[in-house]
Design a binder for this molecule. Structure first.
Ligand SMILES: [Zn+2]
Length: 196
């Protein structure tokens, strides 16, 4: 009964298997200042949420294969034609047409640098990143948008050249499968599961 909930799609429908909620015993809440009288109970709630990636699925699938995908507006009538969007945008924000999916791994390896950064000594609930977390905003040549990610090795500096790394062993299929290290980092120093 401890199996994680699993989902696949067949015939355009979700097929689910396993437990999507777990019963956890409630506990009394008592008042230490008044003879430990009963004040209430805790109601633990644990649920599995099915998060659909829609048109962004290829972005997350590709991270585990060592590829950074972006999109580009190819609409001849659009003022933004040829614009590369990273983060991945399914539709062009100028003409609302559907963008073309492109592989920008090479461009990222060649031109990524830190636009700005933020170092966080504390994190929110469920964060599994090592602290301090070095959040970085990354710019690429010819890309007008900025990508938010995190630096795995070293200390961030504005203008620092960085290179993408990918969790190709046991990917999580989330944005955490993408991280960055300074240019020149040796592959043997990368975090477990990551490669260039
Ligand atoms: Zn457009």
């Amino acid at each position: 009964m401890s199996m994680f909930g699993q989902v696949y799609v067949k015939n355009n429908q979700y097929k689910i298997k396993g437990n999507f909620h777990h019963m956890t015993p409630n506990q009394p809440i008592r008042n230490a200042d008044d003879g430990w009288k009963l004040m209430g109970v805790t109601n633990p709630r644990d649920m599995t949420y099915m998060h659909s990636y829609g048109g962004e699925a290829i972005f997350f699938e590709s991270l585990g294969k060592g590829k950074l995908m972006a999109t580009r507006c190819d609409n001849r009538k659009c003022d933004m034609k040829g614009t590369i969007y990273q983060p991945f945008r399914i539709h062009c924000m100028s003409c609302l047409g559907k963008n073309t999916v492109i592989d920008m791994t090479k461009l990222a390896k060649k031109s990524a640098k830190i636009h700005t950064f933020m170092v966080c000594e504390r994190s929110g609930a469920f964060s599994i990143l090592d602290k301090p977390i070095k959040f970085i905003n990354i710019e690429f040549d010819g890309v007008p948008t900025i990508l938010m990610s995190y630096l795995s090795i070293g200390d961030p500096k504005i203008g620092m050249k960085v290179i993408p790394i990918f969790r190709t062993t046991n990917p999580t299929y989330t944005i955490l499968d993408l991280s960055w290290v300074p240019v020149g980092t040796k592959e043997t120093n990368l975090p477990e599961g990551f490669s260039f």
